[in-house]
Design a protein around this ligand. Structure first.
Ligand SMILES: [Fe+2]
Ligand SMILES: [Fe+2]
Length: 336
């Protein structure tokens, strides 16, 4: 049986009012009915956009060759067609109980998170400006716009809960846009994988209240779409290079990885020495506070399960982020 809430909206989202409501409150009833219908339509639109961002299959049948023009079209369309058009300005941040508010505001991640999104947006747009293919370019522009929107979402969250931020630094346009794009892409592959597990841990443990988890959920899924797009772009790009450029490109990718590993070692040292750590990896900083009840092994398992779940709805012909999960599985053999 459908349960009808006080606002006249059934749990399945369909407005439900008695057909034979009579005056003297006829006017008020009509207005209430119109409001309920409008709320139902709005809720259904939100649910549909949420489903569409998580589930996408290219209608063109048959196998595709990785690195082909069809592959390029597929991963670009995946990003463009799963865009969720939510507006950060209208997000209704839930009121938090005092202890939940204290937990949220005391996390040492908000400066880092805002700055990471700001930097990512500049880097992705800088790379988009170098791309000639119109479809790929518009997918990259959308990716950069979504990073800018993440920054707005975080800024609104910070404002809603009265969290004071450091002044933001400048986000310089990288001298080598390809380097900036690779650094952002591979960095997101690490951070999103960790964030998937940490976010699930925060939900399971009640560290974050359920309403806040729900409000923030689309941002995490968006990062999942970004890394899916990135790994497919990386595979396509490598194959599209002339043979003589591939060794230079491979070297550049290795340099990016060395840079990212050094960056993370620096962050870990900063945490050990209690320095304020204002750099790119907020999941690492959040992990201590969120996962006290989880063993490292259980957290890795959670990251792996969540990674599978978040990627499951997209066309099976697209490559999946593979490198970080493989490392995680390897590490998992040695930790409890
Ligand atoms: Fe982001
Ligand atoms: Fe992203």
């Amino acid at each position: 049986m459908r349960r009808i809430a006080e606002d006249g909206i059934a749990q399945d989202g369909v407005a439900s009012f008695p057909d034979t409501q009579v005056s003297p409150h006829g006017q008020a009833t009509a207005e209430a009915r119109a409001a309920a219908v409008a709320a139902t339509i709005a809720r259904q639109a939100v649910d549909e956009a949420d489903h569409a961002m998580r589930n996408w299959t290219d209608p063109a049948p048959g196998p595709i060759r990785i690195g082909s023009p069809e592959h390029l079209r597929m991963f670009s369309n995946m990003l463009l067609q799963t865009h969720n058009p939510y507006k950060p300005a209208v997000i209704d941040w839930p009121k938090l109980a005092p202890d939940a508010l204290r937990r949220v505001t005391s996390l040492p991640i908000w400066d880092i998170a805002v700055q990471t999104e700001g930097r990512a947006s500049v880097r992705v747009h800088a790379f988009a400006n170098t791309v000639r293919d119109p479809l790929l370019r518009s997918a990259l522009e959308m990716d950069g716009d979504e990073e800018a929107r993440h920054k707005v979402v975080l800024s609104k969250l910070v404002e809603a809960y009265g969290i004071a931020l450091e002044p933001e630094p400048e986000y310089p346009v990288p001298a080598d846009p390809e380097w900036g794009w690779l650094a952002t892409g591979y960095s997101e592959c690490i951070d999103s994988f960790a964030a998937f597990g940490l976010f699930a841990a925060a939900r399971q443990s009640g560290f974050f209240p359920e309403e806040l988890v729900e409000t923030f959920e689309p941002v995490i899924q968006e990062e999942g779409r970004h890394i899916l797009f990135f790994v497919n772009w990386a595979a396509w790009y490598r194959r599209s290079l002339p043979w003589w450029r591939r060794p230079f490109y491979t070297l550049k990718v290795w340099r990016v990885w060395v840079h990212l590993i050094r960056e993370r070692i620096g962050i870990a040292k900063g945490i050990d020495t209690g320095d304020s750590v204002q750099d790119a990896n907020f999941p690492m900083n959040a992990s201590g506070a969120l996962t006290e009840s989880l063993t490292p092994g259980a957290l890795i398992d959670l990251c792996l399960v969540e990674n599978e779940r978040r990627m499951a709805g997209y066309d099976a012909r697209l490559l999946r982020p593979d490198f970080v999960p493989r490392i995680a599985r390897l590490v998992r053999r040695f930790v409890k």
